[in-house]
Structure formats: C-alpha cells, structure tokens
Design a protein around this ligand. Structure first.
Ligand code: ADP
Length: 524
C-alpha cells in the first residue's frame, strides 16, 4: 500500500480566513484609492476657485491704483481704497474694515473675509495699507505669484503682485494678499473625517462580505473533504457528496468527483469479482492435477499403466490451465486496445476471407458459406489480429456447439452504421436466459460439456470487450435446437482516413526508431 502522507502538524491559515482577508483588503484598498483620487480632485477644484477669486481681487486693486504715476503713498492710496472704519497702524500704515469704495466692489468684498488680508506697499516695501493684520512679510516680485504656502507661520494661499502705473509704466508699489482659507481647510478636514468613518464602515462591510463569500464558496470543499474522509475510513462505503443546489463549476466538480468515485467503486468491484472468478476457475484444474499427482504418488511408481494415464491427464490439465491463463491475459488487455493501437486499420474483406479459408482447412467436415456483399476494400479502425481473433472466437464456438448439421454461414455487408458481420450456426442454440449471460466472463451454459470442448467461458467476453473498445457492438439471436446468429456492428473509415492513420503510424515508428538509436548511441 502506498504511504499515507504525514498529516500537517502545524495548521496553516484556513482558506476562509485568507479569502476573507483578500476580499476585505481588496475592497478596502479600492475604496481608499478612489477616495484619495476624489479628494485630490476636489481639493484642486477648490484651490482653483480660490485662486480665481484672488486674481480678480488683484486686478480690481491694480485697476484702482494704476492711474497713480509716482511711488505709492498714503495720500495716493487712501482716497482710492477708502474705508469707513480704518485705523492707522503704529508703523504708519492704515488698517480698515472694508466698507465702501474698493471694498464695495463685489470682488474686493471677498477680501473682507476674516481669514483674508490685503496689504499695499510702496515700491520700497513700506506698508501703506492693510485690510487686516498679517505677519507674512513682503517679498518683492516682478510678476504676480499666487501659491499655497505652509511655513509654520502661515498656512494658506499667498499672492504677491507688483503695481505698475498705467500712465508711465513705472513700478509704483506692491500688493500682497494672504488667504488663510479657513473654510477650505475646515471642509478638507471634514471630508477626511467622513472618509475615515466610511473607510471603517467599508472595512467592516468588506470583511463581512468576504466572510460570507468565503463560506459560500468553500462549503462544497468542506463537503468534498468530508466525503473523502468517509471514503478513507470505509473504502467500500457508498458515501457521495450531496448535490449542490447551484449550477456552476463547483457543482460540475462535485458531479465529476461523484462520477469518479462511482467508477473507482465499479473498478474495485470488478477487480474483486475477477479475482474470485479466476480462483474459482483455477480450483478445478488444480484439484484434478492434485488428484492425479496423489494417484501417481500412491500407485503410479509401480504401475506403468496408472503412470501413463495420470501423466497424460495431468499434462492435459496443465495445457488447459495455460490456455485459461492466456485467455485471462487477453481479456485484461482487451479494454485498452484503442490506446495501444491508435492508428491500426484492417481490411475487412481480406481478413474475413482469410479466416473463413483457414477454418475450411482445419475443419474439412464442415461447410463454410461466405456471403460477402462488401464492395472492394472496406476498412475498420482496428488492429487486424483483433479482428481475426473475434472471427475465430465466433467460428470456433459455431464449430464447438454445432450438432448434426455441420454448416456455418458467414456474412458481411455495409449498412448505415458501418459494417455488419454475422456468424450463423445450426447447432444447439442458446435459451433467452442464457443469451443475456453468454458474454459474461467464465459463463458457460453447460460447464462440463464446455470444459470437455476446451472452453473456459472467456471467448465471448474477449470478443465483446474488443469490439466495444473499437466502438462497435455484438449481439446474439438464437433458437434452441435450431442454432444461433452472432451479429457484429463496426464503424468503417474512408480510404483517406486509412492513409492518414498509416502516415501517423509511420511517423510514430520513425520517431520510436530515432529514440532507440539515440539511446544506443548514448549508451556507447
Ligand atoms: P467457451 O470458451 O466456453 O466457448 P464463450 O465465452 O465463447 O466460452 O462462450 C460462452 C458460452 O456460451 C459457451 O460455454 C456456450 O455455452 C455458449 N455459446 C457460445 N457460442 C455458442 C453457440 N454458437 N451456440 C450455442 N452456445 C454457444
């Protein structure tokens, strides 16, 4: 018996756990990726909107200060950026709550937000006006710059722009807008919190979904494992996987698995029966041999007559055993012939004629009639020796079980399914009950008579096994006392198919020769 594999001492992670983890991580990861993409996109849209607002504010302020031709001063800036609630800062600059003048401008009104500050500087960097105090120092710029800044001191959008006189094109000052974007950061924070909450829910839901799916998909595997355990515990048990109420690959697997168990069971039963049949069949010749040897042992040494008789009988029995063993071997090989001879072809006309002629020669007391309606060459996909063997078995039985009328008719003709062969005798016939059994192994209608005629009850089993292996069929019609007709049906093949099969066989042989030569060379 083959060694059983060692059971795993350390239990690996169960499949359900792995499956759940993979599904959960997959769903969770997808959720996170999409969320990040969405938030990044939203963030960018909000930033763009804010940038647009700041650009418009810069343009509005520039428009108001552009008519000034000299360096900006309180006097030139204030009338243009008037405010009802302005205050002067210690450094001399003016701070004011936006109301009226430039702050009435719908765009500039946006600057009046608590988190935004607008500052105007002269061209030497002195602060002249600020809408709200801001710590961010001015850095002079040649062009307008708007960027997101997070330097510890300030976090938000920082915009700087030079102010140029529209009259003489001279640089007259600078403008700086610091936007803390409080609403933006608050919104982003809220979004991230919502996403974190949703991610936790997604993780929970995906774990549950993964677990549910894993359980659903793994249920058949559990059933299969239980069934295997059942079969391992009790090899002859008829336990099978219960059918799954689903129509998918897993139910196909279960069907295939149950089918395989049935086939294995049948195979085991057949093997058991075969061994039983064989030992039963061998018991008689062995008992006969033993009897003769005992006779020889007791009397044979002194009595030459007993010696001679017993030796002849023993030899005959040994011969019978030999033929029995030979037939048993043929029977066991007969079900794999299509694999052993995949490219074999046989010419029916030739084979039938030859076998009938051989019988005419061996049994001159019989009349053999051949009714051959085959047109020229008719081929079957079959090893020629096997076709001969089948015809020999049927003709041999015909001869063995004929009585006074020593006549045998053989016929061959084409029909819709291929070729039909028949072997008819006019002998003792077979009863309907026996007709069902004559193809069974070791079955003989009259054991003693059949044994007398050298029959082992295997001929028809071998013939049937061979024919079925070549996808044909065999049947028998019989009338007790009048005779029997054995009919064979075989599929034929066209001459083109014969040529293809012959070419394939030649190629196979060449390849085999090549391999053999290579082997010899490598051995040298
Ligand atoms: P055997 O070697 O005993 O002939 P077979 O398998 O060829 O074994 O046949 C099985 C049994 O079927 C035979 O023992 C015989 O009783 C019966 N049988 C076979 N062929 C014929 C026939 N042509 N006429 C009558 N009985 C037959």
């Amino acid at each position: 018996m083959a060694d059983q594999p060692e059971p795993h001492t350390k239990r690996r992670l169960p499949l359900a756990f792995k499956w759940t983890a993979v599904v959960a991580v997959g769903i969770f990861f997808t959720f996170i990726v999409f969320s990040v993409m969405l938030v990044t996109l939203m963030r960018q849209i909000l930033i763009n909107q804010e940038q647009g607002t700041i650009k418009e504010t810069i343009s509005a302020v520039e428009l108001r200060l552009a008519p000034v031709t000299t360096n900006l001063t309180h006097e030139t800036v204030l009338p243009r950026i008037e405010s009802s609630s302005q205050t002067r800062l210690p450094d001399g600059s003016i701070t004011g709550q936006a109301q009226g003048s430039v702050f009435d401008d719908s765009v500039i009104q946006k600057v009046s937000r608590d988190d935004m500050s607008l500052a105007i500087y002269d061209r030497d960097g002195h602060k002249i006006f600020t809408s709200r105090e801001s710590d961010e120092p001015l850095t002079t710029v040649k062009h307008t710059t708007i960027k997101m800044v997070d330097n510890g001191r300030f976090r938000g959008m920082l915009a700087r722009a030079p102010i140029v006189s529209s009259e003489n094109g001279k640089m007259i000052g600078y403008l700086q807008i610091t936007d803390h974007m409080t609403a933006f950061y608050a919104t982003m924070k809220q979004i991230w919190e919502i996403i974190a909450a949703l991610a936790a829910v997604a993780l929970l839901v995906s774990t549950l979904v993964g677990f549910f799916l894993a359980r659903r998909f793994l249920k058949p595997i559990k059933l299969i494992t239980n069934t295997i355990d059942g079969v391992n515990d009790e090899p002859q048990s008829s336990v099978r996987i219960p059918p799954l109420q689903r129509n998918d690959e897993l139910s196909d697997l279960v069907d295939e698995f149950n089918g395989m168990l049935d086939r294995i069971q049948r195979f085991i039963d057949q093997q058991g029966e075969f061994v039983q049949d064989v030992s039963h069949e061998l018991r008689t010749p062995v008992a006969v041999l033993e009897g003769h040897l005992q006779l020889l042992n007791r009397w044979g040494k002194d009595d030459p007559e007993v010696l001679d008789e017993s030796l002849t009988a023993s030899l005959q029995e040994v011969k019978r055993m030999k033929s029995l063993i030979q037939e048993m071997l043929e029977l066991t090989r007969a079900d794999q012939v299509d694999v052993q001879f995949p490219n074999a072809t046989a010419d029916l006309n030739q084979t039938v004629e030859q076998v009938v002629n051989d019988f005419r020669m061996i049994h001159p007391d019989f009349v053999f009639t051949l009714d051959n309606d085959l047109p020229g060459e008719v081929y079957v996909r079959m090893y020629r020796n096997h076709l001969e063997q089948i015809l020999i078995i049927l003709l041999d039985n015909g001869v063995k079980y004929s009585r006074d009328r020593k006549e045998l008719h053989v016929s061959a003709a084409l029909d819709s399914d291929g070729v039909a062969l028949a072997v008819q005798d006019f002998g003792e016939g077979i009863t309907p009950k026996d007709r069902e059994r004559v193809f069974n192994r070791f079955y003989r209608v009259d054991k003693a008579r059949s044994r007398e005629k050298g029959g082992n009850g295997l001929g028809l089993s071998i013939a049937q096994q061979l024919i079925e292996s070549y996808h044909g069929s065999i049947s028998v019609d019989s009338v007790v006392g009048s005779g029997s007709v054995f009919r064979i049906q075989l599929p034929t093949i066209t001459y083109d198919e014969v040529l293809t099969l012959r070419a394939a066989e030649e190629a196979k042989q060449k390849e085999a020769e090549g391999t053999a030569t290579d082997q010899i060379k490598s051995n040298l």
